[in-house]
Design a binder for this molecule. Structure first.
Ligand SMILES: [Fe+2]
Ligand SMILES: [Fe+2]
Length: 297
């Protein structure tokens, strides 16, 4: 029986908040609204190519088009992460006490993610962009992770994905110059994800306390790999082809772009500080954070 007071208290609060503020994106968003001419889909300075010579060569319309494809790429990645997350939570629920608020909140979060993935699918459809799928190796790694991950690395990976996307979306929802559709999608996601972040942080603290040194070392590696994968996967290289830039050239320019590196660090700062505080950014796993460009040597 999982009746530890704080764990149940957190879940009870989150369940109440879920009843109070939840969205049904298929009806709460006007999917037929026309696109606003001349509006970006992301703040231009958050484009992975912003400030590069390739960016200078693009006209205004092409810059807007690139941010649209970057947004569609992030939505594609969001669906992929959420599918992995949903299966991890279902596996967690399989062993939990179904009468506990904790287990019931896990199901509520899965229900949120079901609606989010439908919302992101509708967003991609509305942009007319392709679904930017993970490459076969990452797809396979994701399949392995969603089928096996437990313990600290599971909640840490969830937090990395949720908090990085959250940083971008908080900025988007507040920026009135951007496309109304991406702002509304971001607002819905930010509101509901705040609960998920609270749940994962709480659970992660407990898992770290319960883990032995061997499990923690393994967790640090998986956590570093997750940070690396998520930051690399945000902008799919094929998105650059939409504005006449070859995927290889676009990816190389983005990786070398100090603006983009600063954007990635900015988006990951909060979760990096949190995981560092828990001792999860250390050892060989820390090198993966360095390789992802999120930490200096
Ligand atoms: Fe979500
Ligand atoms: Fe979430």
């Amino acid at each position: 029986m999982e009746s530890g007071f704080p764990r149940e208290a957190v879940a009870t609060r989150l369940l109440t908040a879920s009843v109070r503020t939840s969205y049904e994106p298929t009806v709460d968003i006007d999917w037929a609204a026309p696109v606003r001419p001349g509006a970006y889909w992301l703040p231009p300075e958050r484009s992975s190519l912003y400030g590069t010579p390739l960016w200078q060569r693009l006209g205004e319309e092409q810059r807007i088009e690139l941010t649209k494809h970057e947004a569609a790429s992030a939505a594609s990645a969001g669906i992929w992460f959420e599918t992995i997350l949903m299966q991890m939570l279902v596996r967690h629920y399989y062993d939990a006490d179904p009468t506990s608020r904790h287990a019931q909140y896990a199901l509520t979060e899965i229900a949120d993610e079901c609606r989010h993935s439908i919302m992101f699918g509708r967003l991609i459809e509305a942009t007319g962009c392709p679904v930017y799928r993970a490459d076969p190796l990452d797809h396979l790694l994701g399949r392995w992770l969603k089928a096996t991950a437990t313990g600290p690395q599971m909640y840490a990976a969830i937090l990395i994905a949720e908090e990085i996307l959250d940083a971008f979306q908080r900025e988007i929802m507040a920026d009135e110059s951007l496309q109304p559709l991406i702002r509304m999608v971001s607002r819905i996601h930010v509101v509901e994800e705040a609960r998920h972040v609270r749940f994962a942080r709480d659970e992660l603290t407990r898992q770290v306390e319960a883990a032995g040194p061997l499990a923690l070392n393994y967790a640090r590696l998986v956590v570093g790999r997750a940070a690396y994968l998520i930051t690399r996967r945000l902008v799919h290289p094929r998105a650059y082809a939409a504005v006449g830039i070859t995927p290889a050239a676009g990816r190389a320019a983005a990786r070398a772009n100090p603006h983009w590196r600063a954007t990635l660090r900015w988006s990951a700062q909060r979760v990096l500080d949190h995981l560092t505080g828990l001792g999860l950014v250390a050892g060989p796993g820390r090198l993966l954070w360095v390789r992802a460009g999120l930490l200096d040597r």
